[in-house]
Design a protein around this ligand. Structure first.
Ligand SMILES: [Zn+2]
Length: 299
């Protein structure tokens, strides 16, 4: 996971250009939710019958896909971009719009000695159409992992109009598209293909909790994802070896591998740093990566 800094006014300008009338519609819909004190996708017509209200956040999904370089905002897997790729993506609400379910659920084996916040029957309804409450995610990260969960370390707040108003909740997840100080790379690091909290409890308790929770919440070490990162790192390693020999193409590629545009960017940068700072440890990882790939190929 990495940060994609996007100021709210930049996103608004892009939405105005690409989805004409969207901002006005969003304002009208948000006013309705403010009046009702909740999110809804139906209203009662004058005849007394229920009338469906179409949700339209999907209209801005392609804009978020592009701003994230066609990578899932949470797992950094690259998905197909453009109109044909649209179906592979969800436009996800960072803070759930209609209800909040407790995480971890009662069935989960995950145990923590710190609070995650209560469930709620009313969600963050005033953020249902807020452009700083959206991110483009792969369907696996969005559902079942993200779903309508939103763990927090403080008291849950509702009915405020801007995501910045919710700082007091002490969210345990990071919104990667914001322009604040939150940076997933300051919370999650990688040893080889494996995600780990960047800080220990002793170094910074809150940062350790956030890193731990984000890794567990999205199951960033799930088998399939680890195998994808392992295969990718083996290609990065080949590039590194060619660059060591002065191969011009490999040297150029090495620069590009530090760009936020590439898949598994956080993981890749951590691996390249290890290659530079501690080559023997990087070399020891290679047979492990090969074994992970082999197991995944054998199903
Ligand atoms: Zn994902």
């Amino acid at each position: 996971m990495i940060r994609y800094p996007n100021a709210l006014d930049e996103i608004e300008t892009a939405v105005s250009a690409e989805a004409k009338g969207w901002l006005k519609k969003a304002q009208t819909r948000t006013s309705l939710f403010a009046k009702l004190g909740r999110y809804t996708n139906e209203i009662e017509a004058t005849t007394g019958k229920k009338k469906k209200l179409s949700d339209f956040w999907g209209d801005v999904k392609p804009l978020y896909m592009r701003r994230q370089y066609n990578k899932c905002v949470y797992c950094e897997t690259r998905l197909e971009g453009g109109a044909a790729g649209n179906i592979q993506w969800d436009l996800e609400h960072f803070r759930p719009k209609s209800a909040v379910s407790r995480w971890p659920s009662a069935k989960s084996t995950l145990l923590y000695d710190f609070d995650m916040g209560d469930s709620a029957t009313v969600g963050y309804y005033l953020l249902a159409y807020h452009l700083h409450n959206y991110a483009a995610a792969c369907k696996t990260c969005n559902s079942p992992y993200k779903s309508d969960h939103f763990p927090i370390g403080g008291e849950r707040i509702f009915g405020l109009a801007h995501p910045d108003d919710y700082v007091g909740e002490r969210a345990l997840l990071v919104y990667p598209l914001g322009n604040g100080d939150d940076d997933p790379e300051d919370l999650i690091t990688f040893t080889g293909e494996r995600a780990e909290p960047k800080y220990t409890k002793e170094q910074d308790l809150h940062k350790w909790r956030r890193g731990r929770v984000m890794i567990d919440f999205f199951d960033l070490n799930r088998d399939g994802l680890q195998a994808q990162r392992a295969a990718w790192l083996l290609a990065v390693w080949s590039n590194r070896l060619l660059a060591d020999k002065g191969e011009p193409f490999a040297l150029k590629s090495l620069e590009r591998l530090r760009s936020p545009r590439i898949p598994y960017s956080n993981c890749t940068k951590c691996f390249l740093d290890m290659c530079s700072a501690n080559r023997p440890d990087a070399e020891k990882l290679i047979p492990i990566l090969e074994e992970i790939v082999r197991i995944s190929e054998d199903g």
